[in-house]
Design a protein around this ligand. Structure first.
Ligand code: GLA
Length: 382
């Protein structure tokens, strides 16, 4: 459904011209599981998004329709409690506004998405960021984009039980077209790096694997990092997060941490460094060197952080054997998408190869998406 069709539908239902907002999903070039460790990440918004059509309404009801599921939900400010799937996220956002003392009234909202759910493209962060933006505009709350990102993060934590970092919502809110961001997750600041890949493309391969335990395993990884930091703090009080620790500083803690915690911290410390190095390569358009780091990240995710799965490993290995410039599993883990940095002449051959062999191996059809980097959450004027 395009913007005109959505606007017309809103008009027919509510006899009003709506505010229309676009909220994109994201990719992350490198810097995985580093956001909640105060490290660096390199995300960008993509050309897949939520579209919201919305208007304020005097009745103090939030009346929201998810067109993709054909589901209508209505709730009021005193009915905010975790319950139903996508409604959780929206209630969480409403609560974030209330907690900040913002006066918001009722709304009528229709929304729709073309972000494949469960593919690691942060559809929930886009939903929360976009809905927050809608409320902020309609009720002139004057919250900054960073406030909206923090509200979206709280919503995922408190209403959906996922203790996620800030990367996804920050990327959805702050991205610019044809750029990636080097985001510093400790200071909540970023630098834009132009992304002009002459001859190269970013290709996503959706493994179609959705792991039911992904969010509990995610929280568990985060906990292991926090325990690692506590152990280091016993002897180095100044350390606040794994961002403050180099690989050399970490090595002496191997025995006291035990194998599991050490492996997790070791991966994170190296990944933070790798992301800084990768930013240098990107600025100089050194694609082979950048791609090599993507493979190193995947190795770390698979062996030390243990958040990969046979399907992602298989695609990344096939990419390596086919001499594709870079490939790695992207996002929280346990499936979702593999991101490939691929030269244009190789793309067709590689897609055909994966299509044929992946099905033979896993009895699943992968999806392929060529990605364009897009603008962050924005109001659409028409
Ligand atoms: C998920 C989380 C992010 C980040 C990534 C891993 O996408 O939502 O905050 O931690 O996993 O890098």
């Amino acid at each position: 459904m395009n913007i005109n069709a959505l606007t017309q539908l809103f008009n027919q239902r509510y006899n009003r011209v709506p505010l229309v907002v676009r909220a994109p999903g994201r990719i992350n070039l490198i810097g995985e599981h580093t956001d909640y460790n105060g490290g660096f990440v390199m995300p960008a918004a993509i050309d897949k998004h939520f579209l919201f059509a919305a208007a304020a309404h005097p009745a103090q009801q939030f009346t929201i329709c998810a067109l993709d599921f054909n589901e209508d939900v209505s709730f009021s400010l005193n009915e905010l409690k975790p319950g139903h799937r996508w409604v959780n996220y929206l209630m969480g956002v409403v609560e974030g506004f209330v907690r900040r003392g913002k006066e918001i009234g009722g709304v009528k909202v229709l929304f729709k998405s073309n972000i494949p759910p469960g593919a690691g493209l942060s559809s929930s962060a886009a939903l929360c960021s976009g809905f927050g933006f809608v409320l902020n505009e309609l009720f002139q709350c004057r919250l900054s984009r960073l406030d909206l990102a923090l509200i979206a993060q709280e919503a995922e934590d408190q209403f959906a039980g996922a203790k996620v970092g800030l990367m996804d919502m920050y990327a959805s809110l702050f991205s610019k077209p044809e750029s990636v961001m080097l985001m510093d997750c400790r200071s909540h600041t970023h630098e834009y790096i132009p992304f002009h890949t002459t001859g190269f493309e970013l290709l996503l391969i959706d493994t179609k694997v959705k792991h039911a335990l992904a969010s509990s395993a995610y929280n568990h990884r985060r906990q292991a990092c926090e325990e690692g930091v506590k152990i280091i703090q016993r002897t180095q009080a100044g350390v606040q997060s794994l961002r403050d620790v180099s690989e050399t500083q970490l090595l002496p803690y191997q025995v006291v941490m035990g194998e599991e915690i050490f492996k997790r911290c070791h991966y994170v410390v190296k990944e933070i460094k790798r992301t800084e190095t990768a930013a240098g390569y990107l600025k100089r358009n050194e694609w082979p060197a950048f791609g090599k780091l993507m493979y190193e990240t995947h190795e770390g995710l698979s062996v030390e952080y243990e958040v990969s799965c046979p399907e992602s490993d298989w695609i990344v290995n096939t990419a390596r054997e086919s001499r594709i410039t870079g490939a790695r599993q992207m996002g929280g883990g346990f499936g979702g998408c593999v991101l490939c940095l691929i030269s244009q002449p190789e793309k067709k051959m590689f897609i055909e190869k994966v299509q044929e062999k992946y099905f033979a191996q896993f009895k699943k059809e992968p999806d392929f998406y060529s990605v364009e980097l897009s603008e962050g959450v924005s109001r659409i004027e028409f």
